[in-house]
Structure formats: structure tokens, C-alpha cells
Ligand binder design. Structure first.
Ligand code: DGL
Length: 260
């Protein structure tokens, strides 16, 4: 069986790619809902239905566990999918999100005050704050919705997206880190981390967090791990194609991945 990744677009591939480097032996299946992107301004019910459709596709492709890499989908649907859908339809499989691992990382870094950027839905849901407030020594989190970033990144206008994030960071007062709370923003992690390393300002990016957290999860769950195929297969399914997407795939993955 495989490890599945769900995202509203291509950004989640950055996370899957990082996971395949940490855990190269497993078989992976990616679902990117490029036909319905962006999710960031959609209503909760629509996000739930679209995410469920992607999850069903991934389970039909023999995924044992699925990572909902999309923060927007994680905030709006994860709990409901886990408690209502999974229990009834696939009780022996798992659906995991990205928000709790990211919060754990923020706590591990011992940052007292941080900025969170994400889509309108992610920020409005206050899901990061709700989860964070379960900890007694929760850091202060100042959130900013950045809805213009996803269209820029999807159309590969990376310089403009990078400049916007830098301007948010440069206007900081007491914050010592930023959570890139959207899969798409992780494509800028390396450049941002380089720029702010000297300032001792931490870029918290899920492509660095999820590989290690998934590794630890599989170590804790040998009953799941032993059911995973170990043939290093990768497959990518997009609900809509374009030349820009093909270029992104070629740049990120060396053009070696196919989709069917
Ligand atoms: N992938 C989504 C996320 O991580 C953002 C893109 C969208 O708006 O669909 O939040």
C-alpha cells in the first residue's frame, strides 16, 4: 500500500518531495486539485466535498495513510473526515494533517512570538490558535491572511511572492519567526531561510517538518509501516493540466514523474 498526499494544487508536491528524500523506500501517490484551486476563499462545505473527493481517489489508489498537506483543507475538514468519513469507510486507514506537527515544531523552537501567514480560510478558522491554546506555555501568534500569494506562486511569479513575504517579515516588531501556513509558500522556504538566517529569525516551513514527523509516526506505528509497499514508486494525479504545471513538475522533480 502507499502513502498519499492531498493538496489543492501543486504546492504540496514540495512537501511530498521532501518526504520522499527522508523516506525513499515507500510508494507515493499525489493528488493535486488544480481544477478547483484556490481553496482559500471557498466555503467550508465546498472545501469538505472537494477534499473528500481527493481522499476517495487516493484510497482507491491503495493509499494506507493520507497526508492532507493543504492547510486550508486541514483547518476546514480534517477532524470531520477523521471522525465521520474514515471511521465508517476505512477504519483501518489513516488521514493526517499538517497543523499539529507545525505547532509542535513552533513549541520545539521555543519561539515566544511568531507570525502566521496563510489563506483567508486558514486564518479566519483560527485553527492554529485553537490548537496552540491547548498548551500552557503557548507562544503568541499574530496571523496575517495573504490571499494574493497562491495565485502568484501557481503562476511562478516567485519574485513577487517572495517580496511580499519579506515585506511582512521586515515589518515585524517583536516576532522571532514566521509559520508559512500554506503548502505553496514552502516553495520559497530555502530563499527565505537564507535571507533571515543572520537575523536569527526562524522560517517554519512544512517541507522541513513533515518528513521527520512522518518518520517518527511510522516508527510509533509498526503495524501500519509493515503494510506499506517499498518499491520507491511515485505517481502524480492532477485534476487539470497546464504547461506551467508541467514546467513546475519538471523543475521540482526532474520530469521523471508521470501521472495517470
Ligand atoms: N494549498 C493551500 C494551503 O495549503 C493553499 C492554496 C489554495 O488556496 O487552494 O492552504
Amino acid at each position: 500500500m502507499k502513502i498519499g498526499f492531498f493538496d489543492s494544487g501543486l504546492g504540496g508536491l514540495t512537501i511530498m518531495n521532501a518526504v520522499t528524500k527522508e523516506l525513499p523506500q515507500y510508494d507515493y501517490e499525489f493528488y493535486g486539485d488544480t481544477a478547483n484551486l484556490p481553496y482559500g476563499d471557498k466555503k467550508e462545505e465546498e472545501i469538505f466535498e472537494l477534499t473528500k473527493r481527493g481522499i476517495e481517489h487516493l484510497f482507491a489508489k491503495d493509499c494506507l495513510l493520507i497526508i492532507v498537506a493543504c492547510n486550508t483543507a486541514s483547518t476546514e475538514t480534517l477532524r470531520k473526515l477523521q471522525t465521520e468519513y474514515l471511521q465508517i469507510n476505512y477504519p483501518d486507514r489513516r488521514i493526517l494533517g499538517v497543523i499539529i506537527p507545525t505547532i509542535e515544531k513552533l513549541l520545539e523552537e521555543r519561539i515566544e512570538e511568531a507570525i502566521l501567514i496563510g489563506t483567508n480560510r486558514t486564518i479566519e478558522s483560527r485553527k492554529y490558535h485553537i490548537e496552540l491554546n491547548k498548551y500552557t506555555e503557548a507562544p503568541k501568534l499574530n496571523s496575517i491572511a495573504t490571499p494574493s500569494l497562491v495565485p502568484l506562486i501557481e503562476t511562478q511569479k516567485y519574485d513577487e511572492a517572495y517580496a511580499q513575504i519579506c515585506s511582512i517579515i521586515d515589518s515585524r516588531t517583536t516576532e522571532k519567526g514566521i509559520i508559512l501556513g500554506c503548502t505553496h509558500y514552502t516553495t520559497l522556504n530555502a530563499k527565505l531561510s537564507d535571507r533571515y538566517r543572520e537575523d536569527n529569525f526562524k522560517i517554519i516551513s512544512q517541507d522541513e517538518i513533515i518528513p521527520k514527523k512522518l518518520h517518527e509516526y511510522l516508527n510509533r506505528h509498526p503495524e501500519l509501516e509493515k503494510r506499506l509497499g517499498k518499491n520507491s514508486k511515485r505517481n502524480i494525479y492532477l485534476t487539470k493540466h497546464s504547461e506551467i504545471y508541467d514546467k513546475f513538475l519538471a523543475d521540482l522533480l526532474g520530469g521523471v514523474f508521470i501521472d495517470d
